[in-house]
Design a protein around this ligand. Sequence first.
Ligand code: PLP
Length: 444
Amino acid sequence: MLPTETAVLAALDLAYIRAQFPALAQTVNGNPAVFLDGPGGTQVPQHVIDAISNYLSRDNANTDGAYATSRRTNATLAEARSAMADFLNCGTDEIVFGPNMTTLTYAMSRAIGRDLGPGDEILVTRLDHDANVSPWLALEEKGVTIRWAEIHREDCTLDVEDLAAKLNSKTKLVAIGYASNAVGTINPVKEIIRLAHAAGALAYVDAVHYSPHGLIDVAALDCDFLVCSTYKFFGPHMGVLFGKREHLQRLRPYKVRPLTDAIPNRWEWGTLNHECIAGITACVEYIADLGRHGDSTCGDGRLGRQSSEARPSGISTRRAAIVAAFESIHRHEHALMNRLIAGLSQIPQLKIYGITDPTCFAWRCPTLALRVINQTPDQTPLALATKLGDRGFFTWDGNYYALNLTEHLDVEKTGGFLRIGLVHYNTEEEVDRLLEALKEILEG
Ligand SMILES: Cc1ncc(COP(=O)(O)O)c(C=O)c1O
């Protein structure tokens, strides 16, 4: 029993939250669906679905036309930029939309690579998703040297000393992840950005996995670029890049000639996915609403009740509401994570990869990578995910493109990991049911 966590859980109005997500009501073989696949993509609240559908039914047009729907489309894009600027704490002209994080990162690596060549170095990490590795590896064909920051194998944390030792005057860019989508490690990004800048390098942060779990503040981080994908934080399938104004102006994108040279548009090519962009505003509003709706900073400093009334005071801006929302999300997720890790630790056949010491949980997200020790062919990550899937638990197996990590830990050839990813709409009861199901599967 975890009394503190249970008290915190009671404070989150999960009924209010879950009622907004139509997908959560599904069943599989008569069992309620349990979405533990957030790291692959989260479910969306009705507001997001409505925003996408409303755009298509009322405002559907291309941009910059001299008529009503086109003007409304321009307004839709401006609103979404403003929402993302609040989400990341930056200027609206520093927000670039694209199809997904990978495409945006390839575009940026090509532009940055135009000015690089032999003698230049880029530092990537062994912990990262390949989308923050391969776009930089591609610059090897220009003679750029790619260096690798290693990890501590025992807890899958980044070896920051190794990273620091590999920085030098030739390092032009450090590509790091905010959090690992495989093992859940949160990296000390602010410190790494400081180290990168001290060496004269740019810092490019992949915040895709971190974004549903924690507040992002690009101003406080002082990163040069930060990328995320809205489908990981309750929005549509889109990518968003923050770039410091000076870099978006200075760097030279590959682009068509009629496209204006103004930022951020010079980084957005072709017609964007306007309906999804309408959904981005709605997903940021969903998160802000959690902050307004909750009473997460009640007098004694603990999480308080969440009622259906708006928060009475203290939240005057959307950014402040987002800050409050992430406070509540963090506490709820950590309570669930404690419960899950405590339960998994009682199952002797399982090994958890990543941080398992509770005193270090501030450095992990509720994303867990597991394997059966000495697995038999019917206990591979795929076999476990399939058996769980048949019971309604949606987990993932394999490498989730964190290929460098699965290879480094030598689990790639034997199926990678079983990944269980919690987000704030998951419940204590779902965690307990998952633990029971896992025990049954492993005993059977
Ligand atoms: C940590 C991380 N980075 C990058 C990506 C790639 O994002 P996208 O699918 O938007 O290209 C993912 C996708 O799962 C991810 O988890």
